[in-house]
Design a protein around this ligand. Structure first.
Ligand code: ATP
Ligand code: MG
Length: 283
C-alpha cells in the first residue's frame, strides 16, 4: 500500500522558461512544479531527482532556478521561476541567494575553520552573532561534525566537506536546495550515505525542497519522491528539435517507490531503473 500523503501549496514553479544561447535554442517551454507534500504526523520535505542526457540543458535550468543569469552575453531568457520564502505564503520570483546551491566542488573558505565557514553563512542568513553560534553548533551536531568544528577544509574528507557545504546553504538561504551531481565520483557506500543525508536534510523542514541533478538513475530513484526527465522533441523523421523541456514527471510516491529505506531490495525499483534508462535513449 502506498503511503498516505497530500499535495498542498506550491513551493517552486517553473513557468514556460525559454533560453537561447548563441542563437541556439537550449530550453523551450520548461514547465515544472513542486508542491508541499504533507504526511500525517511527519515533517516531510520534497526531493526531486532531475535527470536528462548530457548537454540537454539541466545545468542551465539549474542556474536559472538558483537565480543566476546565464554567463553568455547574448543569452535570451523568458518565462518565470517562483519560489516560496519562509514567513510568507506568496511565491516570489527567484533571485540570487534565495535558493541554496551545493555545487559539485563543495566550495568553502579554505582559510576559515568549519565553524567559521558556517558562522559566515549564518550571519549572511540574517542571524545575530549569538543565534548564529547556536544554529551552527546545532547543525554541526546534526551532521556529525561537532568534533571537526575547528578543522580547516583541507583537513576534511570529501563527505565531511559536502556536509559542511550543505549546512552552509541551509543557514543562508530559503528552503530550496539545489544540488549538482552530489553522487558523482563516489563509491557505492558513499552514494548510499549521501542519499541518506539528502533524506535527512529533506526532513528538517516541511517546506524543504531539494532538487538533485544527477546522471545516476538508481541513486536518483532511491532518494527522490519525484523524477523530472528533461529531453527534446523529435520531428517525424526522428531528428531532434532544438530546445529541451521536462518531458516526463514520475510520481514515485504513487508508484510506492518513495520513502522506503530498503528500496533497492524492491523488484519494482529495478524495473523502474530499467524503464527510465530505456526512456533516456529516446530523449
Ligand atoms: N555560451 C553558449 N553558447 C551556446 N551554447 C551553449 C553555451 N553554453 C552552453 N551551451 C549549450 O547548452 C547546452 C546545455 O548545457 P548544460 O550544461 O545545461 O547541459 P547538461 O544537461 O547540464 O549536461 P551535463 O549532463 O553534461 O552536465 C549544451 O548543449 C551546451 O553546448
Ligand atoms: Mg550539467
Amino acid at each position: 500500500m502506498p503511503f498516505q500523503y497530500d499535495l498542498a501549496e506550491p513551493l517552486l514553479q517553473v513557468k514556460d522558461v525559454h533560453l537561447q544561447l548563441g542563437g541556439k535554442q537550449i530550453l523551450a517551454g520548461v514547465n515544472a512544479e513542486v508542491r508541499n507534500i504533507t504526511r500525517p504526523g511527519l515533517t516531510q520535505g520534497q526531493v526531486v531527482g532531475f535527470l536528462g542526457p548530457s548537454g540537454v540543458g539541466k545545468t542551465q535550468l539549474f542556474n536559472l532556478m538558483a537565480g543566476l543569469d546565464p554567463a553568455a552575453k547574448d543569452a535570451k531568457v523568458s518565462g518565470e521561476i517562483l519560489v516560496a520564502v519562509s514567513g510568507s505564503d506568496q511565491l516570489v520570483p527567484v533571485k540570487r541567494g534565495l535558493a541554496g546551491v551545493v555545487a559539485q566542488d563543495y566550495r568553502l573558505f579554505e582559510h576559515r575553520t568549519v565553524l567559521s565557514n558556517l558562522m559566515v553563512a549564518a550571519r549572511k542568513g540574517g542571524y545575530t552573532k549569538q543565534e548564529a553560534k547556536v544554529e551552527c553548533v546545532a547543525l554541526l551536531e546534526r551532521f556529525g561534525l561537532r568534533d571537526r568544528a575547528s578543522f580547516y577544509p583541507c583537513q576534511l574528507s570529501g563527505g565531511q566537506r559536502q556536509r559542511v557545504a550543505i549546512a552552509q546553504q541551509l543557514l543562508c538561504s530559503t528552503t530550496v536546495l539545489l544540488m549538482d551531481e552530489p553522487f558523482s565520483g563516489l563509491d557505492p557506500v558513499m552514494v548510499d550515505q549521501v542519499a541518506k543525508l539528502i533524506n535527512e536534510v529533506s526532513a528538517l523542514d516541511e517546506h524543504m525542497t531539494i532538487v538533485v541533478v544527477t546522471h545516476d538513475v538508481s541513486a536518483a530513484i532511491s532518494v527522490s519522491d519525484t523524477l523530472w526527465l528533461m529531453g527534446r522533441d523529435h520531428d517525424a523523421s526522428g531528428a531532434i528539435i532544438p530546445g529541451a523541456r521536462i518531458q516526463d514527471t514520475y510520481n514515485l510516491i504513487d508508484m510506492d517507490l518513495a520513502w522506503h529505506p530498503d528500496i533497492q531490495a524492491m523488484p519494482a525499483f529495478h524495473d523502474l531503473v530499467r524503464e527510465v534508462k530505456l526512456r533516456f535513449r529516446t530523449l
